[in-house]
Design a binder for this molecule. Structure first.
Ligand code: SF4
Length: 365
């Protein structure tokens, strides 16, 4: 199909995409530099349509953040608190059980679980957490823990990485959400999260998790101090891991929210940048099947537009989002199934309710 572009550089890029040629680092930089947003969207939409046609996925899921007490205190994080600080909390296993039991009529297909590195919790807590959820929700997928938590749990348990993953898997861990890398870059780690694991350890852990047969997602937190080149390098690193392991399920660009963080002077991301990140992911990550537009971070309306810029998934109902809302997100805290479907339908796509592994699901669990 002939398309004319305002930015002529997109013509070569489009030809490469039509020939299924892998895009280079230079191509990635053009994607972020271009002002031809509509042209870029058309190329990304071409790839998205070839992979998924008119389908747009969502999941009936629930978020559970078991504690916000964290020893790392990353500079960009609004969620973490110190022990004893106002608003600090930790849910006991009994409290988690009670919370889940309050809405057993909801057909939740996935529990998304992440939390801070709370030094009061023992390794047994995490095992009990997984076992309790598996008992209460045997048909839901437990998607839990970032690579940062896995690294911490390995030290806490005094076990090798492989043995830690094995024990968590036996207790019910079926998938991982993939966060914690932020941007795979030493400079950014040193400036923003010096106490958290760096990119080399993150990559080592994610590969070990994939090797253990556990799928993960991957993310990139953008809109803070990273350069365009660093974004592209992050995407290329993930693409290389995917070539090696095939263990990534979806990629999720995460728009940074600065409220209540040490970086609160930074402005919010723009709609243009949000859409470019979705398109960049769709075009650079040629070996990822799914790209999510995470409506919590970019808002419901822009997530709809993102479905025409390369995204094929709006994530899920969530029920009660805590992390991004402590950083000032203005989106809803949760959506109903009808709301998810309306967002997709009114954007011109066919909604498909899925499970964690992108199998279509019908009706109630
Ligand atoms: S980003 Fe994660 S590791 Fe860093 S302070 Fe927040 S909860 Fe802790």
């Amino acid at each position: 199909m002939q398309i004319s572009f305002i930015d002529e550089r997109l013509e070569d890029l489009y030809l490469k995409v039509l020939k299924n040629s892998r895009l280079s680092r230079e191509d990635g930089i053009i994607i972020y530099e271009t002002h031809d947003l509509i042209g870029l969207g058309r190329i990304a939409n071409h790839v998205r349509k070839a992979l998924h046609g008119n389908r747009a996925f969502y999941i009936y899921n629930e978020h559970l953040n078991y504690t916000n007490i964290c020893k790392n205190r990353c500079r960009f994080c609004a969620y973490a608190k110190d022990k004893g600080q106002e608003g600090a909390y930790v849910f006991s296993i009994e409290e988690i059980e009670k919370r889940l039991m309050t809405h057993m009529d909801e057909p939740v297909k996935e529990l998304h679980i992440v939390g801070g590195l709370n030094e009061d919790l023992k390794f047994d807590y995490y095992i009990d957490l997984l076992k309790t959820i598996r008992r209460i929700r045997p048909h839901a997928t437990i998607k839990a823990f970032t690579c940062v938590e896995i690294d911490y749990l390995s030290t806490l348990a005094g076990l090798s990485l492989e043995e830690t993953i094995k024990r968590l898997k036996e207790a019910g861990l079926a998938m991982m959400p993939g966060g914690g890398a932020e941007v795979l870059n030493k400079r950014i780690q040193e400036e923003l999260f010096p106490r958290k694991i760096g990119h080399e350890r993150w990559l080592e852990i994610v590969k070990a998790v994939h090797k253990a047969g556990i799928k993960t997602n991957a993310t990139m937190l953008y809109g803070h101090i990273e350069t365009l080149e660093e974004r592209v390098d992050h995407l290329i690193s993930l693409r290389e891991v995917q070539d090696e392991t095939g263990g990534f399920s979806a990629f999720i660009p995460l728009a940074f929210h600065s409220e209540n963080t040490e970086l609160s002077h930074l402005p919010p991301t723009t709609a243009v940048d949000d859409l470019k990140n979705v398109a960049a992911a769709r075009l650079m990550l040629d070996n990822f099947e799914h790209i999510k537009a995470y409506w919590v971070m970019i808002g419901e309306s822009l997530a709809q537009v993102a479905l025409s810029f390369g995204a094929d998934d709006l994530d899920g109902t969530i029920m009660e989002e805590r992390i991004t809302h402590t950083a000032g997100a203005k989106s809803a805290k949760g959506l109903t199934r009808n709301q998810m479907e309306d967002l997709i339908l009114t954007a011109g796509f066919d909604p498909v309710e899925r499970d964690s592994f992108y199998n279509p699901v019908n009706g109630l669990a």
